[in-house]
Ligand binder design. Structure first.
Ligand code: COA
Length: 524
């Protein structure tokens, strides 16, 4: 297959410096991987053994029985809640991601009952809502595997009353259903009180004999409220809901059968399968070079063209306005056969680079080409000359184009993400379909030393300089961001091409161009 544009990239010469970079970035990824591996054990071996002793499968075993064998699973926010609460809460107690069921990409959310009974902490709610937002944007059927103690009661003030709290999950279910996005619940454990509304609001619900319970109040609360004594199975087991109440639709005898029923339900949607056959050329330069290309400090620039050469098909890049606004690289390429527009920082943003970015985004919108933003940005250029040149209004053009572009956008932070540069380059607030970070990347309103300087300049005594530096250092780390769901995950640079290829396929699967623009392309 031929790609437009020409081959970019140069061979990397191995020397002491590149070896040091390799080692540094390899170690950074290993640290992330250790946390990911630990999180795979959910609430730990004892809690998992307890779950197994009840004859229940573990969250990830359930996943394996649900998805098509041998297909990829794009796990999202796997580091959620890392080091946030007083006790560990692996993955915020929920496994979420995009898996292939009967050939179709689906959003799958599985409560991990081994993690504090699968109860919803604030970040559990945030992760569940993020999974739903991704499903809604990408029109993915949702499969909720329910095994949860519902709202985490000591945290009730942060999970119950507000707009983006627990109730929003059910609101989303109803609204997605109305948009034709199928909602399926498989109850494989408990779902009590508010939690009962996940299956109650689903389009179809499956329950398992002897394993599932669903009620608005469990036996202790019923006794307290009315004095009635009733066991959980009688109150809300599969027999009650499949034979008497009609709350559930399908009666499974085992968990395995429930997963088969779920697969059948998805198959009935008869949507087109996600094309997974490989028919593209790999980059001409090895992915391993990526680690040599990343500096060990934040001051040294990253050669964005060399990174692109190692991410795109055949290392081919059709560059737009190559010699204008050179601190922003824009151009067309393919990833896994999907044509994309790439916008990558190659230095600070000037007025010319911002206008070039705005122009290029409009072109991609007109052509129906999805966008990849590769962020490594300290911000827009500051100073008298640049303010007088109107950098604020030129930057605003780019921010406006990013905010209003309807083509799917994906953001990858490969270095720094600071200040208004984050906005122009499609930060979280600009609704990229997915936002991934590399382990070395950093995100904050500005660098720590700049913040310390600003606070000193205004005479603030609130914190001393070292504390400010420490705070910014800690809070700008990729893992700090991922733990709080400011992104969808930290990904391995070496497998980034695979992740992006899959994510773009998912984003484009149900996408239809809506030429709703009010203006044509403004040349900048
Ligand atoms: N709030 C706070 N903590 C909760 C919780 C909730 N809603 N649901 C479960 N947990 C905690 C338990 O206290 C326990 O914590 P520990 O490990 O520190 O002791 C852990 O999660 C595991 O729960 P446990 O009861 O030991 O597990 P189980 O498998 O025997 O029972 C449930 C699971 C969900 C049936 C049971 O925990 C339960 O009934 N929870 C309350 C459900 C409820 O009424 N929710 C209403 C919220 S809207």
């Amino acid at each position: 297959m031929n790609y437009t544009g020409s081959v970019i990239g140069t061979d990397i010469l191995q020397n002491e410096d590149t070896q040091a970079r390799q080692k540094h970035h390899h170690t950074l990824w290993q640290e992330i991987q250790q946390v990911l591996k630990r999180n795979q054990l959910g609430g730990g071996e004892a809690a998992q053994d307890k779950q197994k002793a009840k004859g229940k499968m573990l969250a990830r075993e359930r996943l394996q029985h649900l998805i098509d064998p041998g297909t990829p699973f794009l796990e999202l926010a796997a580091l959620a809640a890392h080091d946030v609460y007083d006790k560990p809460l692996a993955g915020a107690g929920i496994v979420a991601g995009i898996g292939i069921v009967q050939g179709q990409p689906c959003m799958i959310a599985i409560n991990d009952a081994s993690v504090r009974g699968g109860s919803y902490y604030p970040l559990t709610v945030k992760k569940h809502l993020r999974a739903q937002a991704i499903a809604e944007q990408n029109k993915l059927p949702c499969i909720y595997i329910v095994d949860s103690g519902g709202a985490n009661l000591p945290n009730q003030a942060e999970v119950f009353p507000d707009r983006d709290h627990f109730g929003r999950i059910f609101f989303n279910q109803a609204r997605m259903s109305a948009q034709g996005i199928f909602q399926l619940a498989v109850v494989v454990g408990s779902c009590t009180a508010g939690g009962a509304y996940v299956p109650a609001m689903a389009d179809e619900t499956i329950m398992v004999k002897g394993l599932s319970t669903l009620f608005l109040a469990g036996p202790p609360l019923v006794k307290q409220a009315t004095g009635e004594e009733v066991d959980a199975e009688t109150l809300g087991g599969a027999d009650t809901h499949c034979r008497t109440s009609g709350v559930a639709d399908y009666y499974a005898h085992t968990e395995l059968q429930a997963m088969e029923m779920a697969r059948d339900s998805i198959g009935q949607l008869q949507q087109k399968p996600l094309p997974l056959k490989r028919h593209w050329l790999e980059p001409r330069f090895p992915a391993a070079d990526l680690l040599s290309l990343l500096p060990t400090d934040e001051k040294t620039p990253i050669q964005a063209r060399e990174i692109i050469a190692r991410l795109v098909d055949d290392s081919c890049f059709h560059e737009f306005k190559r010699y204008y606004g050179e601190t922003l690289i824009c151009g067309y390429a393919s990833i896994h056969g999907q044509t994309i527009g790439i916008i990558a920082n190659n230095g600070v943003l000037f007025s010319e680079s911002a206008m070039k970015g705005a122009h290029f985004i409009q072109l991609c919108e007109q052509k129906g080409i999805p966008l990849l933003f590769m962020q490594n940005i300290t911000g827009f250029m500051v100073g008298k000359e640049y303010e007088a040149g109107g950098i604020a209004k030129h930057g605003a053009k780019m921010v406006n184009a990013v905010a209003t572009a309807s083509v799917p956008k994906i953001t990858l932070i490969i270095g720094g993400s600071y200040g208004a540069g984050n906005y122009g380059m499609c930060g979280r607030a600009y609704d990229p379909r997915f936002l991934f970070m590399w382990p070395n990347s950093r995100i904050s309103v500005m660098g720590g030393s700049q913040a310390a300087g600003v606070l000193a300049g205004i005479g603030s005594q609130s914190m001393d300089t070292d504390d400010i530096l420490d705070m910014f250092d800690e809070q700008s780390k990729a893992i700090y961001s991922s733990a709080r769901l400011w992104d969808d995950g930290i990904i391995n640079p070496l497998t980034t091409r695979e992740t992006l290829g899959f994510a773009f396929k998912v984003a484009m699967h149900h996408w239809q161009q809506d030429h709703n623009q009010k203006f044509g392309v403004f040349r900048m």
